[in-house]
Design a protein around this ligand. Structure first.
Ligand code: ZN
Length: 295
């Protein structure tokens, strides 16, 4: 499947907005999100939302704060049964989400990734093996990003334009160019129900409904049973509050203007060297790994 720009924009929910230059404007972007609190990621003080910092990589943790739009995102899939169930619940309500997928899991379930994209959702890059990227050498981070781009591309024909670092751990200053040189913007989140800790369905629902604001980017995981069980109440509760769901690209388009574009001054990434670079966790190339259900 080859996605034209028009298809991309439709998928990103931007068709009716004519790309919405205002949404893509870095000035507005900074205005809407630049005042957000800072947070410390692996010892680096990183603005929660920064338009094109020194490394060239664009970082977002929320969308524009006007209107009622929000982005619901699902990390760590695809899962063989829970991702399809999430998609079913979304489809019943005509809601589009963004799925940040782990490359290794895409290699186990490429048909589910393809179904996610075919259903109109956006797919983002969530690394190959879910390591703490900020602790890894450059070659390994490049490998984690590029192999995942390749696996998602092979499974779906789509090249992600947004990347979410596992645990939010990414050294934007030192590693940002590794994302930017692949046309990837960096997405964090602004609402975190900690659903992966399985605190109970009621708690997950309550946290999301009480914390969501216009522009929120909500972090969920489509590999956990409690999250899926909570989903009908989350979706209906947010709809009842008048929120409108969009994808990450629905907020801001592609991070650097058009899908595949790079920020000014950043060269395209060099091809990966042969072999798997060192770095924890040491893994085999997932293409050669046995099929497995992710934990
Ligand atoms: Zn994750």
């Amino acid at each position: 499947m080859d996605l034209s720009r028009k298809d991309f924009l439709r998928r990103a929910g931007l068709g009716a907005l004519g790309l919405g230059a205002a949404f893509a404007s870095s000035r507005l972007f900074g205005q809407e999100t630049g005042t957000a609190a800072t947070e410390v990621i692996d010892g680096e003080r990183v603005l929660k939302a920064t338009a094109v910092p020194q490394s060239g990589a664009r970082l977002i943790s929320q969308g524009p704060g006007f209107g009622r739009r929000i982005a619901l995102t699902f990390d760590d899939g695809p899962h063989p049964t829970r991702t399809p169930k999430a998609m079913e619940l979304l489809k019943e309500r005509n809601i589009y989400s963004t799925f940040f997928q782990i490359g290794q899991n895409v290699s186990y379930h490429p048909e589910i990734s393809a179904a996610v994209l075919a259903a109109g959702h956006e797919i983002g890059n969530h690394s190959l093996t879910h390591p703490i990227l900020s602790k890894l050498p450059e070659e390994r981070v490049a490998y984690e990003l590029q192999r995942t781009q390749d696996l998602i591309g092979e499974a779906t024909g789509f090249s992600p334009v947004w990347f979410r670092p596992p645990y939010g751990a990414f050294n934007l200053k030192a590693q940002g160019a590794l994302a930017a040189s692949r046309g990837l913007g960096v997405t964090l989140w602004s609402v975190d129900p900690n659903d992966w800790k399985e605190p109970g369905v009621d708690v997950i629902v309550q946290r999301i409904l009480s914390e969501t604001r216009p522009g929120s980017v909500i972090l969920c995981h489509d590999i956990h049973g409690q999250t899926i069980d909570a989903l009908p109440r989350i979706l209906d509760g947010l709809l009842e509050r008048g929120f409108e769901f969009t994808t990450i690209s629905g907020f801001l388009g592609a991070p650097y203007g058009t899908p595949g574009a790079l920020p000014a001054g950043i060269s395209p990434a060099a091809p990966l060297a042969p072999g798997i670079p060192a770095g924890e966790p040491a893994t085999k190339d997932p293409a050669a790994a046995p099929k497995a259900v992710p934990a």
